[in-house]
Design a protein around this ligand. Structure first.
Ligand SMILES: [Zn+2]
Length: 487
């Protein structure tokens, strides 16, 4: 077995930080040692196979992105990152595990949908991966399949209160599924937006000639998110099912979550970097020379970017500090402008929904540490430790401790990262960072006062010295346990 010693760094956990050396044996962490400890020998760095010098740097548990959509079919096309390109980009950004969504559509058997996702991912991932199960058709077969998912290492499933005719579940279906979840301990994940009402607004806006991407955000009003969030909370309350609301973007939806949590309910919320940094006015309303007002299509996602003037972004940062929102995932669902986002030229409702962010989550959230929005420990907590606990991976993932998988990121607070396309329109290198499979960068121009230095996945170096050393197929399927975060 290969042994590795990470020396001189500051090990940061969700609860504190301190100088320590980390000894890795094979794929797992063997010991976390006081600097200079001679307990295991007088010259440990001389006796291990590899020494990684982390002097002046942070040593953190690898990032866990609990919400990605590699190769997701959507709106007549499919998300452009494969499991291979998407997990490689994730590794570049210090993420060492993803939890993607296997999809069952209406009329399909849940286990057929799951098998299809295993086939897409197996042998292709650079980092470890797990699945949630999307239930796009809550029928008798699906209700029967739900408890059996637990034996497959899938302990969470997702329903949609949006997208009528595609993934939509009505209140009766949600109630039935939640009853099963309450009995079995499955985590119900919810896309909480009132889809039928939104579709009326979409139709009316289009009839008025309001077809630009900006109106995607107008149609998907915050009232639709707050209402659906409240309804999901009440159905969860009635049944006793734990509830996790995905991609929360409206401050009013956060208030619903916070109120339920104050009453002791097992209700949780996730937000994404785009809801912390980007807005209706600045991105969905953007105009460029190349695309005109269609520029905003780059940031069409659901829930939508919210109005900066209404203060959603500031409120979301605060919610991360107060734990009204527990964690940050990306909802990574990348589409190119060419041939993909362009499907919605002249009709915003035809723009495939999604932003590519899996590479940048750790950096973007670290910048929140730099600007004083969150602490260093909270950064680790919301990007790694809580995702591990929320979805039954903690102990193996989300912590630097003996016995845990050696998923470790060395992060350099004195480094710098410029995010954006790596080549310009003329093909000249820009020096910016971009390894996702898209023809544009949704985070173009973002500057990070920090840098991913070294990334280790189960003991193997994946990223070092600005080079990729990983391989497709290194990543293993993660069988998850039940949530370790319930109150
Ligand atoms: Zn999603």
């Amino acid at each position: 077995m290969t042994t590795t010693l990470i020396t001189g760094g500051t090990v940061v956990s969700a609860t504190g930080r301190g100088q320590a050396d980390v000894l890795v044996d094979g794929e797992t962490i063997f010991a976390v040692l006081s600097p200079g400890s001679t307990l295991l020998g007088h010259d440990l760095s001389g006796s291990v196979d590899t020494v990684i010098d982390a002097t002046g740097k942070y040593v953190i548990p690898g990032g866990i992105d609990a919400h990605t959509h590699m190769e997701l079919p959507f709106g007549g096309t499919a998300a452009i990152d494969t499991f291979e390109t998407g997990t490689r980009a994730a590794a570049w950004g210090g993420t060492t595990s993803i939890i993607d969504f296997a999809v069952q559509t209406a009329g399909q058997k849940v286990f057929d949908g799951l098998a299809a996702w295993h086939e897409k991912a197996a042998g292709n991932c650079a980092i470890d991966y797990g699945f949630h199960q999307i239930v796009g058709g809550v029928d008798a077969d699906a209700l029967d399949a739900l408890p059996k998912l637990i034996d497959e290492g899938i302990t969470s499933y997702k329903m949609f209160m949006a997208y009528p005719g595609v993934f939509y579940a009505d209140d009766a279906q949600i109630l039935r599924a939640m009853q099963v979840a309450a009995d079995t301990g499955l985590m119900t994940m919810m896309h909480a937006e009132n889809g039928p009402a939104i579709d009326v607004l979409v139709e009316q806006l289009l009839a008025q000639g309001k077809t630009d991407p900006y109106f995607h955000g107008v149609a998907r009003a915050w009232q639709m998110e707050e209402e659906a969030t409240h309804r999901a909370i009440m159905l969860a309350n009635l049944t006793g099912a734990p509830l996790y609301v995905v991609h929360v973007s409206a401050k009013q939806a956060v208030e619903q979550l916070a109120a339920a949590r104050d009453h002791g309910q097992n209700v949780f919320g996730e937000t994404c970097p785009q809801y912390l940094y980007l807005s209706l006015e600045e991105q969905l309303g953007a105009v460029s020379e190349k695309y005109g007002a269609f520029e905003g299509a780059k940031w069409v996602c659901s829930t939508p970017l919210r109005s900066k003037a209404e203060g959603h972004q500031d409120h979301m940062w605060q919610s991360l500090r107060t734990n009204d929102i527990q964690m940050v995932s990306t909802d990574h669902c990348p589409f190119c402008m060419k041939d993909q986002k362009e499907l919605g030229l002249g009709n915003f409702s035809k723009i495939p929904n999604g932003i590519g962010s899996v590479e940048h989550r750790m950096d973007l959230m670290y910048q929140g540490v730099v600007t004083g929005q969150i602490t260093l420990e909270r950064w680790v907590e919301i990007t790694s430790t809580t995702p591990a606990r929320m979805f039954g991976l903690y102990g193996k993932k989300g912590v630097i401790a003996p016995g845990a998988d050696a998923d470790i990121v060395v992060y350099d607070p004195n480094g710098h990262t410029s995010i954006g396309m790596d080549v310009d329109d003329d093909g000249n290198p820009t020096g910016k960072k971009h390894h996702m499979n898209m023809d544009h960068a949704a985070w173009e121009g973002f500057e990070i006062d920090g840098k991913v230095d070294t990334v280790i996945s189960r003991g193997s170096v994946v990223i070092q010295d600005d080079a990729y050393h990983g391989r497709a197929g290194h990543g293993q399927y993660l069988r998850r346990g039940l949530s370790q975060y319930l109150v």
